[in-house]
Design a protein around this ligand. Structure first.
Ligand code: ADP
Ligand code: MG
Ligand code: ZN
Length: 569
């Protein structure tokens, strides 16, 4: 039936768009055919439409599970805004009173409502379950599905209950959607939702316009940040810090240096907080200094830089946060300040937590540290982390590619690592493998009698600093992989076995030395034929027009248009 259905017509009719973005159409057809789906699409890719459109076409009401009350309300407003009558979309969450919930139920029963947004904690409420049992459900959509996994960057225990609730309410197809998921998280989601056979739709995670850079965090970090922002004067940017206290301090420092900055974190009252958001959108302020609470609901397409003043707790968080830069496809400068001390601080914070949680947290931190310290292309590392291969030798848009490190031969080192992993029966993590390779007889190693192995200490002659980069680059090149079930345990691949049989050259780059680097920030900005003066004049003019109409400036003209004008005039 769905083959003959003209979806493009429906898209135009309901949303006014002419064409589908990416895989949208295939995803929607899969859902209409009654199958489970798993959708991985970067932020801004157009995930919502994948469930909104079919809900309007299908019989019954679609249940959309979403973690954020603010976003829910926003989406409901959007849907009701495009339809003739009110009540096509509703939400149920803790902010509604009894009367409002009764109205929602009434609209659903009458068949008017096609989309119902629910917070997971509201889904468990017996009244709601009883009610939903009595109506026809077209399908279940789980948005921000990474919240299901402890290995994701935003774990919500309530998300664990979704499958039992679906079983209780009634079977219907399930569509899970997220913008960030490693292989590990993806497996967790499918298992927890019981959709192991779901069809996967995976868009590329590559954001080609984002420039990634990591600088050592020295005592002069504040000065360096101010210099960076001044160089980018008039552009919108976000600076992320881990603590509220640091957010307040840093925003005061920036203000004192004549930068139009404001602080944003969950501890502030609602009114100043939404005022700050608004000021940022309308470009009355340039820089927001924020905890990661900022950004989830924000849709400003022309954020030109994202700075991590403190290193994030996971690479998923880093990807998500940097992803807020350059959504319009224009410049997006992602700068992170890194010091190993910050990693140690974060490890300390975890000490009070349950052991299993600490272990997960530590491993996620290790991935972040490895990313920061490595001299490999940042894009390649990030994409590898999300299970995607990036084949270009030089991406041309990250610090490591712009200042390539010298390559060294690591054939012998890789042979030793691979043979050690086999000798350890593919049952240990990176640090343990390195202990054995370097002949470090820790209590753990001795208790396993691995100090008796032939490979023990075989790599003693190499510089100790070589092993982490060897293993990391062997992972990226596919000689070894990390176990999904028991995350972090190193396994050898067929390609790795082949290497042992027929070893060949393996060139690697050593890690950057973060205690001893001299950065000149040389790569900032690209040379172009753009007339800077004209560009500034156009920007000022745009601000004036925007102010007059009380609209955000990017609505008048996007940055790219101004750039073109200032280049082509
Ligand atoms: P995501 O949830 O993947 O981050 P959204 O669903 O919020 O992304 O969509 C991002 C933007 O893309 C929205 O402004 C939406 O209106 C727009 N969009 C979605 N699908 C299309 C389409 N087919 N054509 C044009 N714009 C689209
Ligand atoms: Mg979304
Ligand atoms: Zn690169």
């Amino acid at each position: 039936m769905t083959k003959t259905l003209n979806l493009t017509e429906k898209l135009k009719q309901y949303f006014g768009f002419d064409t589908f973005k990416g895989d949208q159409e295939a995803i929607i057809r899969n859902l209409l055919d009654g199958n489970d789906s798993f959708v991985l699409m970067p932020t801004g890719g157009g995930k919502s439409l994948c469930y909104q459109l079919p809900s309007l076409i299908m019989d019954g009401v679609a249940v959309v599970i979403s973690p954020l009350i603010a976003l829910m309300k926003n989406q409901v407003d959007v849907i009701n805004g495009i339809s003739e009558e009110n009540g096509v979309a509703h939400y149920i969450n803790s902010s509604l009173n009894k009367a409002a919930i009764a109205q929602v139920m009434e609209d659903i029963r009458s068949g008017k409502t096609k989309l119902l947004y629910v917070a997971p904690e509201s889904l468990i409420k017996p009244d709601n379950v009883e009610f939903l049992k009595s109506v026809k459900i077209s399908f279940y959509a789980i948005d921000e599905a990474h919240c299901i996994s402890e290995w994701g960057h935003d774990f919500r225990p309530e998300y664990r209950n979704i499958r039992p609730m679906i079983n209780c309410i009634g079977q219907a197809p399930v569509i899970a959607l997220t913008a960030t998921a490693t292989d590990k998280v993806r497996t967790d989601i499918k298992k927890s939702l019981g959709i192991l056979d779901a069809k996967e739709f995976k868009s590329s995670f590559n954001r080609a316009n984002l420039y990634y850079e990591v600088r050592p965090k020295t005592n002069d970090v504040d000065k360096e940040l101010i210099k960076f922002i001044k160089k980018n004067e008039g552009k919108s940017g976000i600076v992320y810090c881990l603590s509220r206290k640091k957010v307040e301090e840093l925003s005061a420092i920036l203000q004192a240096n004549n930068i139009k900055a404001a602080a944003y974190h969950a501890g502030l009252d609602n009114i100043p907080r939404s005022q700050t958001q608004d000021d940022f959108l309308m470009e009355r302020i340039d820089v927001i200094v924020a905890t990661i609470a900022f950004g989830m609901g924000i849709d400003k397409p022309d954020v030109r830089f994202v700075v991590h003043y403190d290193i994030p707790k996971s690479l998923e968080g880093y990807y998500q946060e940097t992803g807020r830069a350059g959504r319009d496809g224009g410049e997006g400068y992602c700068l992170a300040f890194y010091s190993y001390k910050d990693i140690q601080k974060l490890e300390k914070f975890m000490e009070g937590k349950p052991v299993a949680e600490q272990d997960i947290g530590r491993q996620l931190l290790k991935e972040t540290a490895a990313y920061a310290e490595s001299s490999v292309c940042r894009r390649k590392m990030l994409l590898h982390y999300f299970g995607e291969e990036y084949h270009k030798e030089n991406c041309g848009n990250c610090d490591n590619c712009n200042r390539p490190a010298e390559k060294i031969e690591a054939q012998k080192a890789l042979e030793i690592v691979l043979r050690t992993i086999i000798a350890l029966k593919e049952n240990f993590r990176q640090e343990y493998v390195i202990d054995v390779v370097t002949g470090n007889a820790t209590d753990d190693v001795v208790s396993h009698r691995h100090d008796q192995l032939e490979v023990f200490g075989e790599g003693e002659e190499e510089r100790p600093k070589i092993w982490n980069p060897v293993i990391r680059q062997a992972l990226i090149s596919g000689y070894i992989k990390k176990n999904i079930e028991n995350y972090g345990i190193l396994k050898i691949t067929d390609k790795g076995k082949e290497f042992i049989e027929h070893p060949h050259s393996f060139m690697i780059v050593e890690d950057a030395d973060f205690d001893n680097v001299d950065y000149d920030g040389a790569s900032e900005g690209k040379a172009s034929a753009l007339d800077e003066d004209l560009y500034r004049i156009l920007k000022t003019l745009r601000s004036k027009v925007a102010k007059r109409h009380n609209l955000p400036p990017y609505v008048i003209f996007q940055d790219v248009s101004l750039e073109q004008m200032a280049t082509m005039y």
